[in-house]
Design a protein around this ligand. Structure first.
Ligand code: 13P
Length: 244
């Protein structure tokens, strides 16, 4: 496991199902040319699985992660990728329980927990995603929803050194909307201080982060980093963020 304590901030690029070989080659060539990147920032790129191999042993300034891994170790699970396979491809991180998978594939907390546990067993830091819908937010249920997701998704072998939580309000993903800065900081503090399961964990914010709002979000006391979707596949946007 990496020592996360040595990093002040963590930036994760979730490329989702975007890219092509040409895109990846161009993007990584440009990334390789970036100099004087902040040493106290942990930078992680999570490309689609099929392109992970291209990054292996490249780009010293970045770590790599999967966007998901199987709850099983191996066997007849067509289309699945195991934590062990991710480790083979040099991954130190893996996004688990993203809301898109929870919604589109009906992924449940107990599966997220199993997947996260597998990651930890292979020295991969799971980045466990939680967040409320707009309806839940309007009903003032954000804390209740998040607490339940965390309590049921964080496995027993997790601790503040091997596991990261990402708070991604579902209504903020890809919409251009974000909670207020006070709300973001408050929810992060709630996860870190009030939920026993995730006490003192590193917490990332995700949902419509871009170069224009990155600084004010990353500076919040209880925010340890960001999980970035759309802005992380636009090279100039991502570069700006890396140098803020
Ligand atoms: P956007 O940054 O595109 O809103 O996506 C956030 C996200 O889902 C990262 O995992």
């Amino acid at each position: 496991m990496l020592d996360l304590e040595k990093y002040r901030k963590i930036i994760v690029a979730n490329w989702k199902m975007n890219g092509s070989i040409k895109f990846i080659n161009d993007f990584s060539e440009k990334l390789a040319l970036l100099e004087n990147l902040e040493e106290s920032t942990c930078r992680i790129i999570c490309p689609p699985f099929v392109y992970l191999q291209r990054f292996r042993d490249q780009l010293n300034n970045f770590y790599f992660g999967g966007q998901e891994c199987s709850q099983f170790d191996e066997g007849a699970f067509t289309g699945n990728i195991s934590a062990k396979m991710l480790k083979d491809l040099n991954c130190n991180f893996c996004i688990v329980g993203h809301s898109e998978r929870r919604k589109l594939l009906n992924e449940q907390n107990f599966e997220v927990s199993k997947k996260s546990s597998n990651c930890i067993n292979f020295n991969i830091h799971p980045i466990i995603c939680v967040g409320e819908t707009l309806e839940e937010k309007n009903l003032n249920k954000t804390r209740e929803i998040i607490e339940k997701q965390i309590n049921e998704s964080v496995p027993e072998n997790a601790n503040k050194n091997n596991t990261i939580i990402a708070y991604e309000p579902i209504w903020a993903i890809g919409t251009g909307l974000t909670p207020s800065l006070e709300e973001i900081d408050y929810i992060h503090q709630f996860i870190k201080k009030d939920i026993k399961t995730s006490k003192d964990y590193k917490i990332l914010y995700g949902g419509s982060v871009k170069s224009s709002n990155f600084k004010e979000i990353i500076q919040l006391t209880n925010v340890d980093g960001t999980l970035i979707g759309g802005a992380s596949v636009i090279f100039d946007e991502f570069k700006k963020i890396l140098y803020i």
